[in-house]
Write a protein that binds this ligand. Structure first.
Ligand code: PLP
Length: 481
């Protein structure tokens, strides 16, 4: 058995390791510095490990293992923190997983703007400064049936901008049934405070009447009445039972009586009514515009199925004022987002094909027969690969998520996996650690996969991830013992 000092001498030199063929090949995409850092760190750690050993423990130095450890280090240093993940949860607009995946066909349009200079704020006809808001204004206006439109960073910014522009220093009436909180960080009362408007709660939690809004508006702005009316779509909850809310069109009538604007926070921003596909429950942007709201605000990355953005559509006079608000500079939309948004909106020019080309919409409207066929395919792929697991398909539900249609469960066929030698919690955690991470749900003692939010190309990846998660049982720990 070698002594500790012999072992220390046996550690290969950094110069030799940097020329090691296996390392060079595995680290092809890494820069030299990353490889060097990884070698030095691993050599140091090996040295420390040897020094900490009792003399009688000193075993062989495994040079092959040292090389493997260096390669693992290089690969992990070289990995992006923000990376693709497989969403097997069946939650279509999963906020933690990046909400809406985009249509593959818009890749070129986005990359073209990313790698080149562009006409972001340049008017090629006049040779003078242009506006970044012009690129999508016409499209949104046309699709939504609005006079004007603009896009900012997200819907929270859109609402803050609308309130700050149209109601700063004024009272704004909101129904007590609509004081929404979205994902912890967006709360109507707090946004209101930030905008400089003063929240006036009207009505009760379950019932708000037109007379409640009227009381708040009475006297007009000069007489101490509200300076704007805000209607908020309660996207992530429903008040059921003995309830009443005032339709937007009636609020618009009241607003014009007192010459105050009506703002509608629509939340998810459906541009297509999916009722004929059996998915209903979300009001459309077009309905709000038709009802006469001065301003309608909605997200770009919820039901619209585009990149993160906040869209404001409505009366030209209101939108023009917003463009001049200094806050707009802080909320302005980035050119990559703008390119992705414009390319996504163009798909809506043909609504029929939009339903199949926009991933979020095609997931929502995926026929149960298709889901059944795909689940069966994934099930047999997994069953063939994972010998000692129970794998079967069961009826279940997908969810729209993203604070839309909270009560609508979309019927689905769930692939269930019950591992024999691992707990489901352990399996779920290992799947999170695979490359790419596979995010699953646990139900009872099964790991559940919903094909609705997965792409066919991901099936083999997922099967490999399962195989590795189930088989790497001992050796992963042993490697780092
Ligand atoms: C989601 C949502 C928001 C926030 O939109 P973001 O684009 O996430 O900023 C605001 N209001 C409602 C009603 C929502 O559903």
């Amino acid at each position: 058995m070698p002594s500790k000092s012999e072992l220390l001498r046996l550690i290969p030199k950094v110069d030799d390791l940097i020329n090691n063929e296996k390392i060079t090949e595995a680290a092809q995409n890494a820069c030299r510095q990353v490889v060097l850092d990884s070698i030095r760190e691993q050599v140091d750690e090996t040295r420390k490990r040897i020094l900490l050993m009792e003399e009688h423990e000193a075993a062989e130095l495994d040079a092959g293992r040292l090389v493997d450890e260096i390669i693992l280090r290089v690969l992990s240093k070289n990995e992006m923190s923000l990376k693709k993940a497989v969403n097997a949860t069946g939650v279509i607009l999963h906020t933690n997983l990046g909400r809406a995946p985009l249509n593959r066909g818009i890749k070129e349009a986005v990359w073209e703007i990313a790698e080149n200079y562009s006409t972001l704020e340049y008017n090629v006809e006049t040779g003078a400064r242009g506006s970044r808001y012009d690129h999508v204004q016409g499209l949104i206006a046309k699709i939504a049936g609005a006079e004007a439109a603009m896009a900012v960073n997200n819907n929270a910014a859109a609402i803050l901008l609308a309130l700050s522009t149209l109601a700063k220093g004024c009272k704004v009436a909101v129904s007590r049934g609509e004081l929404v909180e979205i994902g912890g960080s967006f709360r109507v009362p707090e946004i209101m405070e930030q905008s400089g408007a003063k929240l006036v709660e009207v009505g009760a939690t379950n019932k708000t009447h037109l007379s409640d809004y009227r009381k708040a508006a009475e006297g007009g702005v000069e007489g101490g009445g509200a300076g704007a009316l805000l209607k908020v779509h309660t996207s992530n909850y429903k008040i059921v039972g003995f309830t009443e809310e005032v339709p937007l069109a009636e609020l618009v009538k009241l607003g014009s009586e007192y010459s105050i604007p009506v703002i509608h926070d629509l939340g998810s921003g459906a541009l297509i009514d999916l009722a004929k596909y059996g998915v209903s429950g979300e009001p459309t942007v077009q309905e709000s515009i038709l009802s006469g709201a001065d301003v309608v605000c909605f997200s770009g990355d919820k039901l619209l199925g585009g990149p993160q953005a906040g869209i404001i559509a409505g009366k030209k006079s209101a939108i023009d004022k917003m463009k001049k608000n200094p806050l707009t500079r802080a909320f302005r939309i980035d050119k990559l987002t703008l390119a992705a948004l414009e390319a996504t909106l163009r798909l809506y020019l043909d609504p029929e094909s939009a339903v199949s080309s926009i991933p979020v919409l095609s997931m929502m409207t995926m026929p149960l027969k298709t889901i059944e066929e795909r689940s069966a395919r994934l099930c047999s792929l997994l069953a063939g690969k994972l010998q000692d697991c129970t794998v079967f398909v069961e009826d279940g539900h997908s969810q729209v998520g993203g604070g839309a249609m909270p009560l609508q469960n979309l019927p689905s066929k769930i692939v269930n996996i019950k591992p024999a030698r691992l707990t489901v919690q352990e399996l779920e955690s290992r799947l999170r650690g695979s490359k790419p991470p596979v995010i699953v749900r646990i139900h009872k003692d099964h790991v559940c996969l919903d094909v609705r939010t997965m792409r066919d190309e991901e099936f083999p990846l997922v099967a490999d991830a399962f195989e590795e998660a189930l088989n790497s049982v001992g050796d992963f720990e042993e490697f780092w013992e």
